[in-house]
Design a binder for this molecule. Structure first.
Ligand code: AHR
Length: 317
């Protein structure tokens, strides 16, 4: 997978390339490869490090917090200059973050937040996860008007900040609209396979004709659910409206084909702003803001999703 940096920068709102930081060694504890978005984030992070001359030590935690903690301890033992971590869940980080702090190694959080004292990390590069859920909820409100709508929700990984915040945001988005009701809500662990399995169980429990909309915390689960809806003899995007988050190419394709209705973009380039902040901090002690917020853009059938799909595929997404 090769991302063409300049094009990607203009289309996915990426920060400009920073000065080369020769001789920096940075550890990156990645969650795993649960989604298309995650795979893209891994690719972009490796490319951002390479173009800056950074030696990136990559550790795939295979969805397990214990593996992330081990990786962070190993980075500390190796004396890296800094650590990037995409934390699989929100809690349980205090001890290992203290250890990094005691070793004077700055930690930057990528794409998810943690429930820990802010002094334990340098900055967090994330979207506004609550806002993403709210945008999804508000989109459904405008789509349904006064019609009654029974909604099913596919949550992300239990205990992860996007699962918690995207749920909260969506509930805020539909609040006060009593015609919209979440009737089932269960985790699909951010994967396509689980999205399909859980959607099958929703369809069985509720009866497909009684479900009016699906809100999925990421596109991969929505794509899995689309398959389940089709196998149940229903038309995704028509019989069941679908809104999700990430804006991966397959979501644009599904919208272009009328099988999905909306998605909210999460840039896979968290590493650009993170490495800019780290390089400035390591070079001159410049403290970044505690939260570097990335953009969240809504895409619907009013956008040229086929063109966006082609463009993102061309970029190697
Ligand atoms: O933390 C970001 C989320 O993690 C993405 O929305 C999802 O696809 C991924 O697994």
């Amino acid at each position: 997978m090769t991302f063409k940096t300049t094009l990607l920068a203009s289309t996915l709102a990426i920060a400009p390339i920073a000065a080369m930081a020769a001789d920096l060694t940075i550890g990156f504890s990645q969650i795993g490869s649960e989604s298309g978005w995650r795979a893209a984030e891994t690719t972009v992070t490796k490319q951002e490090a390479e173009k800056r001359g950074i030696d990136l030590k990559f550790a795939d935690a295979q969805q397990k917090q214990e593996n992330q903690i081990k990786a962070i301890r190993s980075f500390i033992a190796q004396g890296v200059d800094a650590i990037l971590v995409a934390p699989v869940v929100a809690t349980g980080w205090d001890e290992v973050l203290e250890e990094a702090k005691d070793a004077d190694i700055p930690v930057v959080l990528l794409d998810r937040t943690v429930d820990a004292d802010k002094s334990l990390y340098l900055t967090a590069v994330t979207s506004d996860l609550v806002h993403e859920g709210r945008v999804a909820g508000e989109w459904l409100v405008s789509e349904m008007g006064d019609q009654d709508c029974r909604i099913v929700e596919l949550q992300g990984t239990t205990g992860s900040s996007p699962a918690i915040d995207r749920k909260k945001g969506f509930e805020e988005g539909i609040a006060g609209h009593d015609n919209l009701q979440i009737v089932r809500s269960q985790t699909g662990d951010f994967t396509r396979a689980q999205g399909k399995v859980v959607m099958e169980s929703f369809l069985k429990a509720e009866g497909g004709e009684n479900i009016c909309a699906l809100y999925a915390h990421n596109d991969d689960m929505a794509v899995g659910a689309i398959q389940a809806i089709k196998e149940a003899g229903l038309k995704p995007g028509e019989d069941i409206k679908i809104v999700a988050i990430d804006a991966v190419p397959d979501a644009h394709k599904a919208i272009a084909e009328g099988e999905m209705n909306a998605t909210i973009e999460l840039t896979p380039n968290m590493a650009g702003p993170a490495l800019d902040a780290l390089e400035a901090y390591l070079a001159s002690g410049t403290e970044p803001e505690k939260w570097i917020q990335t953009e969240s853009k809504l895409f619907t059938s009013e956008d040229d999703n086929q063109a966006i799909y082609d463009m993102k595929k061309d970029l190697g997404y």
